[in-house]
Design a protein around this ligand. Structure first.
Ligand SMILES: Cc1cc2nc3c(=O)[nH]c(=O)nc-3n(C[C@H](O)[C@H](O)[C@H](O)COP(=O)(O)OP(=O)(O)OC[C@H]3O[C@@H](n4cnc5c(N)ncnc54)[C@H](O)[C@@H]3O)c2cc1C
Length: 355
């Protein structure tokens, strides 16, 4: 049996499984999925897990079962593309014929001193759980600093507001206005929600240092009881250390067929891949669709298209607590309850198809 090994059971590789397993996997192929967690984690909901508005169980989805899908749970510590095998923390090796690396990302601290040691994170399930523990045990009146007002920072600050009305929340935004890449109407809506709900947006901020219970914004010292870092991501370390070309964000540069330039058997999906869009679950899934097509064609010995179709995304959605949200879909800005309902609907559909 030939081995297709999937590293990481995140959004990208779940889509690979969803497409291959029902009836597209060639008879001579077997899949091994390796992940450190024994279930698929809904990373897009970690802001709610950390805020304490949903339970742990709600962010877990069982991996699919199939007679030619083997599961291996453990921490991947090395990917050796020369020997065509993957090393796990327990010392075991897994050989592959084809490999899809979908190990996701972790925080990037931009060399800000103390950020790694003194901030909390929502980039992995264990870190989101630890952040929940810290936030939920805070005494009334405590100050929470959220550094980074991208989608995950906005969702965390708003969800925490609904969860803990007794906390003071400060959201540090690098820009002049929140979500500067999107229409002003959308930024204004989000800003107004934060104003009405007593979350302070600190615009034009630049966090230069973090110390225990202290953030340094430019020269100013800001006392905080907890700080959560949502100000940048990078591929996980094991992917960063693969000796191959990376882009400025340390993501792996790929051919248009999503494999390493010098290795047709190693594909990279999702947050670890250098693609012309910001990383997202939606992008990981769309890229996975193309990877499955390429794998199937190569397995059948078919000629690949001279040019792969461009990946197109539908847009993006964000929540402001459980009742309000915003979406930017095909150049249309949608705000309010409808946007929130749409986001809940997308999550429901995802669980329905993958659960
Ligand atoms: C709070 C938040 C909200 C978000 N909201 C949205 C949204 O609304 N829409 C959207 O499209 N995107 C959203 N994203 C981004 C989205 O979650 C990621 O882009 C997406 O998860 C990337 O998918 P992936 O397959 O690359 O990796 P992931 O889904 O991160 O999966 C990686 C997998 O690899 C495993 N893994 C990692 N390292 C190892 C190792 N060394 N050994 C073994 N296993 C390992 C992990 O356990 C995990 O299962 C959000 C992210 C956050 C943090």
């Amino acid at each position: 049996m030939k081995q297709l090994v999937l590293l990481g059971g995140g959004y990208g590789n779940m889509r690979v499984l969803l497409r291959l397993l029902p009836n597209q996997l060639p008879n001579d192929m077997e899949i091994t999925l390796i992940d450190r967690t024994p279930y698929h984690c809904l990373k897009t909901e970690y802001y709610a897990l950390a805020s304490g508005t949903i339970s742990d169980q709600e962010v877990r989805v069982s991996f699919p079962e199939h007679e030619r899908l083997k599961m291996k749970y453990g921490n991947v510590t090395k990917i050796d593309t020369k020997k065509k095998h993957v090393l796990l923390e327990d010392g075991s090796f897994v050989d592959y014929d084809d490999l899809v690396i979908g190990l996701g990302c972790e925080d990037k601290y931009h060399n800000v001193p103390g950020a790694d040691e003194y901030t909390h994170s929502i980039q992995s399930i264990s870190k989101a759980r630890a952040t929940y523990e810290k936030l939920s045990n805070l005494p009334s009146g405590s100050v929470v600093g959220v550094v980074g007002a991208g989608l995950s920072g906005i969702e965390l600050a708003s969800e925490l507001r609904e969860s803990r009305s007794d906390l003071s929340i400060k959201l540090f935004d690098r820009g002049e206005r929140i979500l500067p890449a999107f229409p002003v109407r959308l930024s204004n809506y989000v800003q107004k929600w934060f104003d009405a709900n007593n979350v302070e947006i600190v615009s034009n901020s630049n966090i230069t240092k973090v110390e225990p219970n202290k953030l340094f914004n430019h020269e100013e010292t800001i006392p905080v009881d907890v700080c959560v870092w949502t100000a940048g991501i990078q591929p996980v370390e094991v992917v960063r250390s693969i000796p191959t070309e990376k882009d400025a964000s340390n993501r792996i540069v790929l051919t248009q067929y999503h494999n390493l330039p010098k290795d047709e058997n190693v594909y990279v999906v999702g947050d670890c891949a250098s693609l012309p869009f910001a990383p997202s679950a939606q992008l990981a899934e769309e890229q996975a669709e193309q990877i499955v097509k390429v794998l199937l064609m190569r397995w059948k010995g078919e000629q690949l298209p001279a040019e792969m179709p461009k990946i197109s995304l539908k847009g993006f959605m964000g929540s402001l607590g459980k009742k309000h949200g915003f979406a930017y879909l095909g150049d249309r800005t949608i705000t309010g309850r409808i946007a929130r309902l749409m986001k809940s609907g997308v999550l429901w559909m995802y669980k329905y198809h993958n659960g």
